[in-house]
Design a binder for this molecule. Sequence first.
Ligand SMILES: [Zn+2]
Ligand SMILES: [Zn+2]
Length: 336
Amino acid sequence: MRAMILDAPRRPLRAAEVPRPEPGPGQVRLAVTACGVCRTDLHVADGELPDPKLPLVLGHEIVGTVAATGQGPGGDRFRTGQRVGVPWLGWSCGACRYCRAGRENLCDRARFTGYQIDGGYAEHTVADARFCFPIPDAYSDLHAAPLLCAGLIGYRSLVAAGDAERLGLYGFGAAAHIVAQVARHQGRRVFAFTRPGDAAAQQFALELGAEWVGASDVPPPEPLDAAIIFAPAGALVPVALRAVAKGGTVVCAGIHMSDIPAFPYDILWGERVIRSVANLTRNDGEEFLALAPKVPVRTQVEPYPLERANEALENLRAGRVRGAAVLDVDGRTGRG
Ligand SMILES: [Zn+2]
Ligand SMILES: [Zn+2]
């Protein structure tokens, strides 16, 4: 099969023909149709996340059809030909104190798709059937892919923001363009912050229901009740703390961030909260994939052929993607 291979961090992905993986016990093999390109893929490729499996197939927003099922319990959860999605959480132990408390996103032994497990930048992939989701019928393969991480982890971040009415979103990429739609559906007011001078992203945010847009170095017109930081820039943490009212929460949604600069205690005082959001639980996935068609969340995607994955990653790095970059792995753009 064709695959894009990461041989080592800080090297471009290499197009290669590799053996097709076969499903083990409890696994399914998917014929991949689409795979989203997430900022976390850049963090893995850039060596900012330690100890990836090498060589590695990136990609954890996978949509495909079940081509084969493995023996053993769980392998028969889906039937051949069924369309399913594979998210970032690829496996959890089920036994540690986090797993037993419904917090498998924090599992001590969790394994992640496109990091410790080969992912979806390939024509086929295998996944533990227990961690896959059926894809809502309302979405094409390409449009469903961003739901699986930008959507899921964006949704978890929105829940972590509490019942905030005035919501700030720092970084208006794949996750924010989905979260803005869900937040508006919930009756919240959305304030979007972009890189200074990024008029295209600001216009995009307005189209998706933001009532105010501005550069991240500009204070909002009124205090916010919560802010979610999607951009991997630690310098935004004190900026967002200054933008939230007393009792407000700042949610750091990314898996990696540059260092957070020192800041005076008085911007945290007043029961302001800083927290991170880590990974996802299967419960997040079930909730969000049931909610998305009701909003309805419409994803905006930029398709790339599998062989152009490096270009998709570079465009994401440069902030040139409107919505989400998605690899059109089987080359059938627009299929329903
Ligand atoms: Zn566990
Ligand atoms: Zn992701």
